[in-house]
Design a protein. Structure first.
Length: 310
């Protein structure tokens, strides 16, 4: 089949890799315009664009697909199918109707559980027992289309947003290839989603990553895992920002944010309910370190009774 692929981040690039090893022809790739990145703020191509260029595939980077020129450009490619993975642009109905078999999307959630921008992290944050990838036929709504295929994986107590992302990035491509075979053979039938079971997975923000110690420790422990490796949870101590790369449930109680104990096992902080032990921290200008390594040289900085987050 003649396939047009649309995607932007590394999660999408893993799907494109699988398509490039299949017996289908990827005739073009659509991806977000290059964005400034790094200290020099140089324009950087997306992981999907880098992969497409390396394989000599034409790359299109429209700022929008709502104008007639961009839609005519897509139609000229005569696609049988459009495969969309974390593309980042809304596809208008004219685009959805262009490929002979429509557009399918690989979404990193067991739909309809998490629709929207950050389904992987929201599943970890909510304490879900499992996650997965749903391949769906796209329609005008946000992640509302009929479900064609699902693959699942359990979420372990030590999973982070990063580890779950990497696992789903391996499951998704094979599910897409299986779905394409089913569509080509005419054996796949979409299952309508139950909107009553849907939740919206809001985009992540650095503001949301600030630890509010008035909340229960169990919630904060999940948040630390969900927001790793980005945007990384953080707090302050004596005016300095502390990035929290890892934490676990601790023991004790006290005023929210107050340090209950500091030792080689971690920095135990009182929460609204229970306590959180911070085990891997990063100081301004430094690199992430196990708390034991920080504690050896900065004991007075982490003395019990001091308060975080003020």
């Amino acid at each position: 089949m003649r396939i047009v692929f649309a995607g932007t981040p590394e999660f999408a690039a893993e799907h494109l890799k699988a398509l490039l090893t299949s017996n289908h022809q990827v005739v073009a790739v659509y991806t977000q315009p290059d964005r400034p990145a790094g200290r020099g703020q140089k324009l950087m191509p997306s992981p999907v664009k880098q992969l497409a260029v390396a394989h000599g595939i034409p790359v299109y980077q429209p700022a929008s697909l709502r104008n007639e020129e961009a839609q005519a450009e897509l139609a000229e490619l005569r696609p049988d199918l459009m495969v969309v993975v974390a593309y980042g642009l809304i596809l208008p109905q004219a685009v959805l109707d262009t490929p002979r078999l429509g557009c399918i999307n690989s979404h990193a959630s067991l739909l309809p559980r998490w629709r929207g921008a950050a389904p992987i992290q929201r599943a970890v944050q909510a304490g879900d027992a499992e996650s997965g990838v749903t391949v769906m036929q796209m329609e005008a709504g946000l992640d509302t289309g009929p479900m064609l295929l699902k693959v699942s994986t359990s979420i372990s107590p030590d999973d982070t947003g990063g580890t779950l992302h990497d696992r789903l990035a391996q499951l998704g491509p094979q599910a897409v290839l299986q779905a394409i075979d089913g569509l080509e053979a005419g054996t796949l039938r979409g299952e309508v989603q139950d909107d009553a079971l849907a939740n919206y997975a809001h985009k992540l923000s650095k503001d949301e990553a600030r630890l509010d110690f008035s909340r229960p420790a169990a919630e904060l422990e999940r948040l630390v895992r969900a927001f790793h490796p980005w945007p990384i949870c953080h707090t302050t101590l004596a005016g300095e920002t502390l990035k929290v790369h890892a934490a676990e449930l601790g023991q004790g109680q006290g005023a929210p944010g107050s340090i209950l104990a500091a030792d080689k096992h971690g920095l135990t902080v009182a929460c609204g309910e229970g306590a959180l032990r911070l085990t891997r921290l990063q100081l301004p200008g430094g690199k992430p370190l196990a708390f034991a390594d920080l504690y050896n040289s900065r004991r007075e900085q982490f003395a019990p009774g001091l308060v975080l987050g003020q």
